[in-house]
Ligand binder design. Structure first.
Ligand SMILES: Nc1nc2c(c(=O)[nH]1)N[C@H]1C(S)=C(S)[C@@H](COP(=O)(O)O)O[C@H]1N2
Ligand SMILES: [Mo]
Length: 374
């Protein structure tokens, strides 16, 4: 068939052109090519990388994972011991809380992520719950601190008095959910160093900072852990009885992004152009996508390409009959979740430079004078 032949040709052209974009050279912060999400699972080499410190030197032979704190039977696991425990494989989309920061006006500090600080992979590892049960988690443990082996001095004020490790703390209720893994494989292969080798946490449904890489410590604590990353950095203003309080970020918020067309792409007039993208959320499911091609005045339903699967994104498409009238058009996509919630109209200031989940405008040109598209 002509249609499928054309798709084949497109794929061979696209594949070699895929690559990551450098947002920071060292430590490595590389953005995934969101306009090339042709597969449900992001190929490991194209999965975004977000690291705060240089990659720590860890190897299989000397790797140790320590589980202690508010537990009855603290213990240490070797890499082989971790791999010999019953494992599970789960799909999870990771999104950096700062993804799409470049869309904020006026511009703010931080890595200028466009659309690609989000990717989807399949992770294999041991449920954190199994490790906590083996250690005999105490009744009064309220959080589980996950600590990475990477260390350094962070830049944002207030700067801690000495070098610190990357550490994140999970509420107990989330830590004991079956989906939270201590993973050693990604898309069926051992984790690459960039993504946390030998082992990392995977916390599906939470922003990326919770999925601690190069994991060497798991500590149960009896009072909330107010470390640097949960207070100075990945925190937001919540409200307690009308008074603002600082809380760590957690659950990912409902979001959709347009993969194609790209910003300022030129499209032929009066032709079907397939607008495509992906949508995801935290602890619920994405159930609807609406697309606007007139800057938000009118909306039409898009179709999903992927099924409902908790914690994994759903790619979608919308066949747009481009206008006859040449000009500039603003495209938007807006998701709805299973609770009937839709994405907010604008960025919530209480999240500072994080949680950028309003519909992101993609401006394109419709112009017939540039000749037919290849
Ligand atoms: N040890 C450690 N874990 C970490 C980080 C880090 O800098 N150090 N970055 C976090 C952040 S902010 C994100 S978004 C994810 C990114 O995971 P990836 O690099 O595998 O995409 O890892 C998280 N885990
Ligand atoms: Mo992140």
């Amino acid at each position: 068939m002509e249609g499928s032949e054309r798709r084949c040709v497109e794929n061979t052209i696209q594949f070699p052109s895929a690559g990551l974009t450098i947002r920071q050279k060292e430590p490595k912060n590389l953005e995934a090519p969101f306009d090339q999400i042709d597969s449900y699972l992001t190929p490991t080499k194209l999965f975004y990388i977000r690291s705060h410190f240089p990659i720590p030197a860890l190897d299989r032979a000397s790797y140790q994972l320590r589980i202690d704190g508010a537990v009855g039977r603290p213990f240490t696991l070797s890499y082989d011991e971790l791999r010999s425990m019953p494992s599970e494989t789960r799909m999870a989309t990771l999104e950096c809380a700062g993804n799409s920061r470049v869309f904020l006006v006026p511009q703010v500090q931080g890595a200028q992520w466009e659309l690609g600080a989000v990717s989807n992979a399949e992770w294999t590892g041991v449920p954190l719950k199994a490790l906590l049960e083996r250690a005999g988690l105490e009744e009064d443990a309220c959080e589980i601190v996950l600590e990475g082996a990477d260390r350094g001095t962070p830049k944002e004020e207030p700067v801690p008095p000495e070098p610190i490790s990357f550490a994140w703390s999970l509420p107990r209720a989330k830590a004991i959910q079956p989906e939270v893994l201590i993973a050693y494989q990604m898309n069926g292969r051992d984790l690459p160093r960039d993504h946390g080798f030998p082992a990392r946490a995977i916390v599906p449904g939470h922003y990326g900072m919770a999925s601690v890489k190069w994991l060497t410590g798991i500590q149960a604590v009896r009072e909330p852990f107010h470390g640097y990353w949960l207070t100075s950095d990945y925190a937001y203003w919540a409200s307690m009885d009308g008074k603002p309080v600082r809380r760590p970020l957690g659950e990912m918020q409902l979001k959709s992004e347009i993969a194609r067309p790209r910003v300022y792409e030129t499209l032929a007039p009066n032709q079907i152009y397939t607008v495509s993208g992906a949508a995801w959320t935290g602890e619920t499911d994405v159930t609807e996508i609406a697309v606007s091609t007139d800057g938000g005045r009118t909306w039409a339903q898009a179709e999903f390409l992927d099924p409902v699967r908790r914690h994994a994104w759903r790619r979608w498409k919308f066949d747009w009959l481009t206008p006859k009238e040449p000009g500039q058009y603003t495209l938007l996509a807006r998701a709805k979740d299973a609770d009937g919630l839709i994405q907010p109209d604008k960025h919530d200031q209480n999240y500072g430079t994080y949680v950028i989940n309003h519909p992101l405008p993609i401006d394109v040109f419709v112009d017939g004078s540039e000749g037919p598209r290849p």
